[in-house]
Design a protein around this ligand. Structure first.
Ligand code: AMP
Length: 205
């Protein structure tokens, strides 16, 4: 199975992608996580990405497309994969069509005014990427691996405004793009985590 998760920053794509990838035995491919790894490694792509990510801007399509093309050739993708955060532009969606046949696109829908609160309250594990929210988790270490949680540099109120604006301008058109392709499944992301997972399971069945 090959899936795409669409949805604005803070919609819960990462959390849901983690769960669905595990239950479907497919690879979870987060373009944001891949870029953060490049930044940590100090590669050329990482250096370029760092500034853009901190400003809430997108990384150029060519870099992302190359990265994803290589990633889906890895052995853990043989049974399928789930893209979380890719594609984010029409050019990326066009490129994706050339490299994979997607079975379904899950659009996680959350009202715009809820997103800011969700993102600024998010804390992540810098080691395994697990995400938490301060309203539901009072601890300051990761439940999975024990690492100290932190706030992402681009989860601050100033950067988030720009990320949401960029999303509306460049990524929102993909909803219509995939509706026309007959692949779009919209799920209500403004519910509890388990309820959203259940809706996604129904949508991909
Ligand atoms: P995410 O972890 O998905 O929220 O991504 C964090 C940041 O990485 C985004 O705000 C972008 O700056 C960059 N990024 C991730 N995926 C893409 C993509 N497909 N195209 C362009 N930029 C991306």
């Amino acid at each position: 199975m090959k899936l795409v998760f669409l949805g604005p920053p803070g919609a819960g794509k990462g959390t849901q992608a983690e769960r669905i990838a595990e239950s479907e035995h497919i690879a979870h491919i987060s373009s944001g996580d891949m870029l953060r790894t490049e930044i940590r490694k100090g590669t050329e792509a990482g250096l370029l990405a760092k500034d853009l990510i901190e400003k809430g801007e997108f990384v150029p399509d060519e870099i992302i497309i190359e990265m994803v093309k290589d990633r889906i050739l890895e052995p853990d993708c043989a049974n399928g994969f789930l893209f979380d955060g890719f594609p984010r532009t029409v050019a990326q969606a066009d490129a994706l069509k050339e490299i994979a046949d997607i079975d379904a696109v899950i659009d996680i829908d959350v009202p715009f005014d809820r997103l800011l609160e969700r993102i600024t309250g998010r804390r992540v594990c810098p080691n395994c990427g697990m995400a938490y929210h301060i309203s539901t988790y009072a601890g300051d270490t990761c439940e999975k691996c024990g690492e100290k949680l932190c706030q992402r540099d681009d989860d601050t109120a100033e950067t988030v405004q720009n990320r949401l604006t960029v999303y509306e301008r460049l990524t929102r058109p993909l909803t219509e793009y995939y509706r026309k392709e007959g692949l779009l499944r919209i799920v209500n992301g403004d519910l509890g985590i388990d309820e959203v997972t259940e809706q996604i399971r129904k949508a991909i069945r």
